[in-house]
Design a protein around this ligand. Structure first.
Ligand code: AGP
Length: 612
């Protein structure tokens, strides 16, 4: 996610902005920029890459005595990570600038309208639209102009606005993207996150959706974006140290990212599905209906957790779009004699977009004439640049090595892609698609609601089982990949040997392992293979095995035969993979914690495996 820092008061602006941006680096970024008022106009300095390059570019401005300004680190969502696309963005006059974190969903239509009205755009970003929109409404009241502009925009935003004619005032506003204000005598701060404020103040106000703030050296006024009415807010005192603050108060990035999953899923489907109509929008997919109609096969290429996402996607695409799907480990795919041609759609799935085996597989498939549509979390990464199109996950930067929010965001992208392909091939009615969209849209709320209780249950499970040396995870159908994913989570952060297995395979070997020392984790939702899973649990119990089950709230039969049971909401079968993944992530996290492991940086692992 992008990082925003704003200041107005008595301190030299460059040191405040750069110090603040450095404290937000953990959020991940690919370009950065700052702006401040000087001699009646605005200075704007932007660079691609890390803050060190911005600092070099600022050398010549060291002498500025300005004491107000805005800074931004950009995590690209629309438009490549270039200097031209770096924030702050300005209007036509250059007298007004905006920094933004979020996604303006209707930016394209707004850009067309503003262009028709004579505005000249200089970047590919959705953010620049806001600068021109404010310019359109600006006469002599910057606050009113911002309110009018935000009334036209839809989507998610945290913004900072600076106008050369009011050099001692910043305007801030938020909807769905975080923005925190810092209060101190004779000065005011704004930032995407608390760490940027800690060197100066611990007295903060968290803006809520639909609120805006006017910052000046004499204080901060909070108002409603829609009405302009004053709003009274409570000042809170931050007790975190800087390290805890980077993790938003969470002990580890992994835990923060597990809890961010409702937002990550929401941000991935936001703007792509239209509730009530069954409409699916994937303008960035890069292939047309003609290619989609003639497809004979789809091949997913991926590694690790991303491969597990592909295994889930296979069920949805084959069921809804009626296209055969193969899910290939990229490290195997690239060395086989391949039957790939122009009638095959190859879909690399990668959080980082830099995984060497996946990239190598992409290039081989492309040489053989296959269309390439990637699913990726990093805009402008190598895999995306070599694809015909990309369905981006909008999970934000994933810092923990063990993938969590990126995985459920990949599932979200695959769910949407399966519906899109089904519609494009006339294999699904608008009504059915609308129903599935409704199910998807319910997910963030379901997960948000159950996270705290799941976490409590997983803490208890960890206390009981963290000393075990072997685990077996079992699942069927849509839950088989989730069993694999749960086992991978546990092994990669707790170093416990854990195997994921198709439950139907138990009697073909793994059942020989069952004893009272090896916990068996069985995923048992109320789907069409429920009875089969109950039999598996009984098989384990009859051999004095230990069974930890994940099942429906109120499933007393399952609870009776389980040593421990994590209760999950009864949901539509197609979204169970999302729901059952989260407790498994939390269980792995708490067991690793109990074993004193480095959860965010597990031994021997890298976040992006760019070597073969
Ligand atoms: C998952 O928790 C691991 N970090 C690892 O398996 C990862 O999924 C794999 O290396 C693929 O990475 P990618 O998604 O960036 O391509």
């Amino acid at each position: 996610m992008c990082g925003i820092v704003g200041y107005v008061g008595y301190r030299k602006i460059l040191s405040v902005l750069m110090d603040g941006l450095k404290r937000l680096e953990y959020r991940g970024y690919d370009s950065a920029g700052v702006t401040w008022p000087e001699h009646g106009s605005l200075v704007r300095v932007r660079t691609r890459g890390k803050l060190s390059r911005l600092e070099e570019a600022l050398e010549e401005h060291r002498g500025t005595d300005s004491t107000a300004g805005l800074g931004h680190t950009r995590w690209a969502t629309h438009g490549e990570p270039t200097q031209q696309n770096a924030h702050p963005h300005s209007d036509c006059t250059g007298e007004l600038v905006v920094v933004h974190n979020g996604i303006i969903e209707n930016y394209y239509s707004l850009r067309e309208q503003l262009t028709a009205e004579g505005h000249k755009f200089k970047s590919e970003t959705d953010t620049e639209v806001l600068a021109h929109l404010i310019e359109k409404y600006l006469q002599d009241d910057i606050e009113a102009a911002v309110r009018k502009a935000l009334a036209d925009a839809s989507g998610a935003y945290a913004i900072g606005v600076l106008w050369a004619r009011r050099p001692d005032v910043l305007v801030a506003a938020r909807k769905h993207s975080p923005l925190v204000l810092g209060i101190s005598e004779g000065e005011a701060f704004m930032a995407s996150d608390v760490p940027a404020l800690l060197p100066y103040t611990r007295d903060v106000i968290f803006l809520d959706d639909g609120e805006m703030a006017i910052l000046s050296g004499s204080g901060i006024n909070i108002r409603s974006v829609t009405t302009g009415d004053d709003i009274e807010k409570t000042v809170q005192q931050i007790s975190w140290d800087a390290s805890m603050a980077e993790k938003a108060g969470y002990k580890h990035f992994m835990l923060k990212e597990i809890y961010e999953q409702p937002d990550a899923i929401l941000n991935t489907f936001r703007g792509r599905v239209v509730p009530g109509t069954g409409e699916i929008r994937l303008p960035e997919i890069g292939i047309g209906r003609e290619v989609i109609s003639r497809l004979k096969r789809i091949v997913f290429l991926a590694c690790g957790t991303s491969w597990h996402a592909g295994l889930v996607g296979k069920y949805w695409i084959e069921k809804w779009a009626k296209i055969p799907v193969e899910v290939d480990l990229a490290s195997e795919f690239r060395y086989r004699d391949l039957l790939i041609d122009q009638d095959v759609l190859t879909i690399p799935i990668s959080q980082s977009g830099e995984t060497a085996d996946t990239l190598a597989g992409l290039r081989i498939a492309k040489e053989r004439g296959s269309s390439i549509v990637s699913i990726c979390n990093v805009l402008g990464s190598t895999i995306t640049r070599e694809s015909d199109g990309t369905v981006y996950t909008h999970a934000g930067p994933e810092i923990g090595v063990a993938s969590t929010k990126a995985f459920t965001s990949q599932l979200t992208a695959l769910f949407i892609l399966a519906l899109f392909l089904a519609k494009e091939r006339n294999a699904m009615t608008d009504e059915d698609a609308s129903e599935k969209i409704g199910t998807l849209i319910s997910l963030p709320g379901i997960i948000e609601k159950h996270l705290p209780e799941w976490h409590n249950q997983c803490r208890d499970l960890a206390d009981e089982f963290y000393t075990k040396s072997d685990f077996l995870y079992l699942g069927r159908h849509l839950q088989f990949p989730i069993a694999l994913e749960g086992a991978l989570k546990l092994k990669e952060i707790s170093y416990i040997h854990a195997e994921g297995y198709a439950a139907g395979e138990m009697k073909h070997g793994p059942i020989a392992l069952i004893d009272r020392n090896m916990p068996v984790v069985a995923i048992v939702p109320g789907d069409h293979v429920y009875e089969k899973m109950i039999s598996n649990v009984e098989e384990v119990k009859s051999r004095r095995g230990i069974v930890i089950t994940l099942g429906r709230e109120g499933d007393e039969e399952l609870k009776r035969i389980s040593n421990a049971m994590i209760a999950c909401p009864d949901a539509e079968a197609e979204i169970n993979p999302f729901i059952y993944t989260v407790p498994l992530q939390l269980m792995a996290y708490e067991i690793a914690l109990a074993r004193g492991c480095d959860v965010d940086q597990p031994r021997n692992l890298a976040k992006s495996v760019t070597v073969e």
